[in-house]
Ligand binder design. Structure first.
Ligand code: AMP
Ligand code: MG
Length: 469
């Protein structure tokens, strides 16, 4: 087994992390292995037992420099001055065959100096949920962390409902730098560390950026593109805290996230998001709020504060326009328009309004539109007909609209009830539903598995997802 580690984070000052090895587990078993991703990362070897030992945390591979990263963050709007990897350990980094540097991180690998009250563990449910949904996001073309391995630990994890089987997911990210990583040093007034972090983030992610404000500009642009993609696939992250907001612009920290079935702007899945702060329709404005927190942190290192505040404010205030432009590009593509016009916003919002009042299925309505066959998705068919007449006129002169729509509107998404069914089976030792989901979700724009396209029946609906950490 060879992992070509090339570690850079471990060369940053000691204040950035705590070094420690994963805590060994009783009986690690490999449940899933992402061979394509392993090949991309240049990982050699596929001995199942060795993989289980390494990605279960029992064996530290040669060249690794295991550490837990420090960060802070706003959780549901409240600042927590110290969070950090409470149950994750960065093994190290590799530069892949594509020349991209990526982190390899175990999640659920035991307590760290930042665990606070937690046990440092995860149970199989969230491990497999993250595995399937992050890989589905990747196949949809959404920037995201990826899943390399899932291991069952052979140890129980104690949660509110009782003991549950433990698991570890190995995730791969362009980095685990978060808004919260900047917040921790800004809050502590550690300007030198803040500067070192800023230089590191620029070198790793935005080498063309010229200083902290240019970094802010680049992250705002990346986040705007990301959130527009979430919106266009009906994805709800669920916990858009600043510590879960990535500097690279990837989707990170899959917790109580879900894809919507019936469309509603106010849809929330997370059982802990009682105020609906992170509801579907709030996601763009929360992203702007998070970027304002990044701006505040970055400013701590600026000499000419007044001018810098002015420029940073301008950058953050420019983000809603970026979001709107990206949203319009994504949603016009979904209805067959290649060259968006400002007035298309109304056309899309009218459709979303009809979908919301009829509880139309988000994915299936857009997929049906690809064949101009969406009428049956609506209860109020006359209202839909009226909308469709205007829409058909609008796309009359668009080049090949229906073919293009097929690559913007997935046939298969990881529906929440399927994820829950997959977890229930996996806990019983049956990985067949997992394999089936992974196969269909690898080509989400193809109609490969009609049963997985079906929305949940009344009995199958899973209204909420529990953080279940
Ligand atoms: P999350 O909501 O998953 O992003 O986690 C928020 C914070 O809580 C992070 O600092 C996590 O490392 C920490 N955390 C979550 N679950 C656990 C756990 N079981 N043990 C220790 N720390 C945890
Ligand atoms: Mg987190």
């Amino acid at each position: 087994m060879k992992i070509p580690f090339d570690n850079s984070y471990a060369t940053l000052p000691d204040a950035f992390y705590g070094r420690l090895d994963p805590t060994p587990v009783k009986d690690p078993k490999l449940l899933a292995w992402n061979a394509d991703l392993a090949a991309l990362l240049g990982i050699e070897g596929d001995d199942q037992d060795e993989l289980a030992q390494i990605f279960g945390g029992n064996q530290v591979p040669s060249g690794a420099a295991p550490l837990a990263q420090l960060y802070a963050g706003h959780q549901f709007g409240n600042f927590n001055p110290q969070l950090g990897d409470g149950r994750a350990i960065l093994l190290g980094e590799v530069v892949g065959r594509d020349g991209v540097r990526r982190d390899i991180q175990l999640k659920g690998s035991g307590p760290t100096p930042y665990s606070r009250m937690g046990d440092g563990r995860a149970w199989l449910g969230p491990v497999l949920r993250e595995y399937v949904i992050s890989e589905a996001m990747h196949a949809l073309g959404v920037p995201t962390t990826r899943a390399l391995a899932a291991v069952s630990t052979g140890e129980p994890v104690l949660r509110e409902t009782g003991p549950l089987p433990g698991g570890i997911v190995t995730r791969v990210a362009q980095s685990h730098l978060r808004v919260g990583t900047f917040q921790v040093f800004a809050h502590r007034g550690e300007t030198e560390n803040l500067k070192a972090l800023t230089d590191y983030a620029i070198a790793r992610h935005y080498p063309d950026a010229d200083g902290p404000l240019d970094l802010l500009r680049a992250v705002c642009a990346a986040q705007a593109e990301l959130i527009a993609q979430w919106m266009s696939f009906g994805f709800i992250h669920g916990v858009m805290n600043t510590d879960n907001c990535s500097i690279s612009g990837e989707t990170i920290d899959y917790g109580p996230c879900a894809f919507m079935d019936a469309f509603h702007q106010g849809r929330v899945f997370s059982s802990i998001d009682r105020q609906g702060r992170y509801a579907y329709g709030n996601q763009p404005q929360i992203a702007v709020w998070n970027m304002a927190q990044l701006a505040t942190s970055l400013l701590q290192q600026m000499d000419d504060k007044e001018a810098a505040v002015e420029e940073a404010t301008e950058i953050v205030h420019g983000m809603p326009d970026l979001l709107e432009a990206a949203w319009l590009r994504r949603f016009t593509a979904k209805i067959g328009i290649s060259s968006p016009k400002p007035e298309d916003v109304d056309l899309i919002n009218e459709l979303l309004g009809l979908m919301q009042s009829d509880g139309a299925d988000f994915a299936n309505t857009f997929r049906a539109l690809c064949k101009d066959d969406a009428r049956d998705q609506f209860a109020n068919r006359e209202a839909y007909d009226a909308w469709a007449r205007i829409w058909r006129l609008r796309i009359e002169n668009e080049p090949d609209p229906f073919a293009k729509m097929q690559s913007a509107n997935p046939a298969v998404i990881p529906r929440n009830h399927r994820i829950e069914q997959m977890i229930e089976a996996a806990v019983e030792g049956d990985m067949a539903p997992f394999e089936r989901l992974m196969k269909a979700l690898a080509t989400p724009f193809a109609e490969t598995d009609a049963e997985l396209q079906r929305p949940p029946t009344e009995d199958e609906i899973v209204p909420a997802t529990f953080c279940g950490t």
